[in-house]
Design a binder for this molecule. Structure first.
Ligand SMILES: [Zn+2]
Length: 83
């Protein structure tokens, strides 16, 4: 295992801790660090744009705040159109 993988796992653990404690400020910091290390944005527990918990998504083109269910619906629609 590379040292950057170790670091990523350590930060992930701390992020999940912050999440469990409800420490939004700390979770945001750790999510930012994790993304810098290469974590996919979908794996964030917080929303960088809104500086709140990641209990929502943003529309791809407009950036409008939408529910996770709406996001999933739009993603499926895009996939279906490509077939
Ligand atoms: Zn947001």
């Amino acid at each position: 295992m590379t040292s950057s993988t170790n670091r990523l796992e350590l930060l992930l653990e701390r992020r999940d801790d912050a999440l469990a404690r409800g420490d939004l400020r700390r979770a945001l910091e750790l999510d930012d660090d994790l993304e810098d290390l290469g974590m996919h944005g979908d794996d964030r527990a917080t929303c960088h744009g809104c500086q709140v918990w990641g209990d929502h998504a943003h529309e791809l083109l407009t950036g409008r705040r939408i529910t996770l269910a709406e996001y999933e619906q739009q993603r499926r629609a895009r996939t279906a159109r490509r077939r």
